[in-house]
Design a protein around this ligand. Sequence first.
Ligand code: IPE
Ligand code: IPE
Ligand code: MG
Length: 261
Amino acid sequence: MSTPDKKSTKGKYLELVGPEGLPRHVAVIMDGNGRWAEQRNKPRVVGHRAGVETVREMVRAAGELGIEVLTLFAFSSENWRRPQKEVGLLMELFMVALEREVKKLHHNNVKLRIIGDKRAFSEKIQKRIADAEFLTQNNNGLVLNIAANYGGKWDITQAVRKLAERVRQGDMLAEEITPESIAEELTTADLPEPDLFIRTGGEQRISNFMIWQLAYTELYFTPVLWPDFNRTEFEKALISFSKRQRRFGQTGKQVESQRNA
Ligand code: IPE
Ligand code: IPE
Ligand code: MG
């Protein structure tokens, strides 16, 4: 079992980084809730509840650090395959969190968006989502995307379908379908692509998260289970990010000379 660094920080790592080394958009696969609970001989839902606490802490930290966009993977399009009871409990938790947290998020100037195929959720949840998005739509602080019933393949498919429909209507030519026009129809269209991806819980895979948007994202994997993830662990990821050279296909030398120009 991996234990997180317990030292408390007040941004001491980040002082070393400076704003230019900070990612604008951080995307996170919050994994390991179930194992965290199992290690304590508790039902898996206890881990999911503990995970909600970590979400709170991360949202606060991201806002304080000046990160523009935080995207959290809460429920994948594949998670419906879990035992019905776990799915039900996760939905309930989602509902309760929406009810309890939205006012506070709004107060903190957070713009909340739920990305994913929302049609699969109950009417009640869909209404809560719409109300929360409406309430916070004009906030200009942290953009918080919660990916729920989200799949990267679904995101690309729904985008391409919209373009295909335009072609069918005669408003667009097939040749006009480009990476840019597809990107404009993704659920994250108006946002910068993630600079940093974090996956907790030790698995090193993407699990159908934002596969298009992650094309050039820096990947960071940690064995720390999501309920144990905290601000110190988050800052470790940010430090790791700040030390990387993003080349986007160029050579290291080219990137160096552009930086010095
Ligand atoms: C991530 O934790 C939360 C969701 C997928 C909803 P898991 O529930 O996948 O936890 P592990 O991977 O089984 O430990
Ligand atoms: C990915 O975690 C989805 C979320 C964190 C919401 P999973 O635990 O479902 O991923 P796999 O199935 O192990 O790849
Ligand atoms: Mg998991």
